[in-house]
Design a protein around this ligand. Structure first.
Ligand code: DGY
Length: 436
């Protein structure tokens, strides 16, 4: 691998997608600002342009709603060829929405973790001032997630749309989506399949359900309480809950550094620890499963989210050992085998919904590899973490900075010149340096 060349190609991708103070995930397919993309992209910028990293975070938080939510898609530059366009969401002029056009949904809250990492790399007066500036807004978002999205008093946030998970088209959502029959669908025209082969994108019946759920959200005027009462899709998502817990930990560390009180954060951390296992852990299978609030049942689909609690330190050492030995290292599920060379398939290979090229049904994602590698390192599984780092770099080297990759042979899929694949390449390369 020519490391120097990879660094300069990754930087070029971020410059190419740079829209001034936010970065498009990909010029054709995703020409606006996405929430968790932006957080990861900020980390990438921090490796070669710190002011630009700060601008990325500021532009994301500028879209915060009055009630604290940070939306999942932000349209700072108005409409484009992308569907849904900003007006489709009907979020303008709500009492609780923000001043920049956006979707009515949210996404996994990675920003506190990214801000802490960026500050740790820099440790300058400038970055400390930046942390002080953004801290209250991030705290406000976490408070909103723990309250407005609390369906049952556990403080474990729920999602109302698969797009809020970030893992939009995972087979994890099929049992809940299959119960929904779209009615009175508003007229719409998909645009995603103009840029990416339909074989790599969601199937039409699923996409119709995505649009139907948006329609229900806008009829509820995106009021969290009304959504909680009325939406047919209400799920406590293991990965989003784990990412929030990790972000609470990171925000707490920043609070201590700033001399801010930590009681509220301590209470969220304790409550999540108290409720997480009872809600998500399946001891018979040795896996974490999402929980379907409407069906009052776990969603027993084995996919990459099951490793996310390690990122947050929520797994016990014994649980982590089971996740690694019984699943990560198992060639029928996630480990390389005759039918797959690259780690980590986003859905276990033996799942009926596994499809190696379809969006979230099997392809490898660089950001998932990074999140899981961080978790593995936290529990001392250095060899497995290194396998994810090595495979991620081999994939972008072989196929370019694609959105996702076929685990069988590494073929690039989805959008091209994808920003977080580039940003996390910079992070993985930097991590390699500090590992010696
Ligand atoms: C899409 O358009 O598929 C996006 O992932 C929604 O967030």
């Amino acid at each position: 691998m020519n490391e120097h060349n990879l660094i300069s190609r990754a930087q070029q991708v971020l410059r190419l997608n740079d829209a001034g103070d936010f970065t498009k995930p990909s010029l054709g397919q995703y020409p606006h600002q996405w929430n968790w993309d932006s957080a990861l992209i900020a980390l990438g910028w921090a490796h070669f342009d710190l002011p630009r990293a700060f601008a990325e975070v500021r532009s994301l938080l500028a879209a915060q709603w009055r009630d604290g939510m940070v939306p999942h898609i932000i349209y700072p530059t108005g409409a484009s060829a992308y569907f849904p366009p900003p007006e489709f969401w009907q979020t303008d002029n709500l009492a609780h929405s923000g001043s920049i056009q956006s979707s009515g949904l949210t996404q996994p809250p990675l920003i506190a973790t990214m801000v802490r990492m960026i500050h740790a790399y820099t440790r300058s007066d400038e970055s400390r001032a930046f942390v002080r500036e953004v801290f209250p807004q991030i705290l406000g978002w976490h408070r909103w997630l723990h309250t407005a999205r609390d369906a049952d008093g556990t403080g474990l946030p729920c999602i109302f749309h698969p797009w809020e998970s970030g893992a939009d088209n995972s087979p994890r959502w099929s049992p809940a989506l299959d119960r929904i029959t779209p009615t009175d669908l508003p007229p719409f025209k998909r645009r995603d399949t103009q840029f990416v082969s339909p074989d790599e994108r969601p199937l039409a019946p699923d996409y119709e359900r995505f649009v139907h759920l948006i329609d229900l959200g806008r009829r509820a005027r995106w009021e969290p309480r009304t959504l909680l009462e009325q939406m047919p899709f209400v799920i406590q998502d293991v990965m989003l809950g784990a990412i929030l817990h990790r972000a609470d930990e990171d925000l707490r560390a920043l609070a201590l550094e700033l001399g801010e009180p930590t009681q509220e954060l301590d209470a969220w951390l304790a409550r999540t620890r108290e409720n997480f296992d009872a809600r998500f852990w399946d001891d018979a299978r040795g896996l974490y499963f999402d929980y379907d609030i409407r069906a009052h049942a776990p969603i027993r689909v084995n996919a990459c989210h099951t490793f996310a609690p390690m990122f947050a330190g929520l797994a016990s050492p014994a649980q982590a050992a089971r996740l690694v030995r019984e699943h990560f290292d198992n060639p029928d599920e996630y480990a390389p085998s005759d039918n797959s060379r690259f780690s980590l398939p986003s859905t276990a290979k033996h799942e009926p919904g596994y499809a190696p090229r379809r969006y979230w049904c099997g392809p490898v994602w660089i950001q998932i590899n990074w999140i899981i590698a961080q978790g593995l390192l936290r529990y001392g599984y250095g060899a497995q973490a290194e396998q994810l780092r090595r495979d991620s770099l081999a994939l972008v080297e072989q196929s370019g900075f694609r959105e996702y990759f076929d685990p069988r042979d590494g073929t690039g899929c989805g959008a091209v010149e994808f920003s977080w694949s580039a940003a996390l390449t910079l992070e993985f390369l930097n991590q390699g340096k500090s590992n010696g």
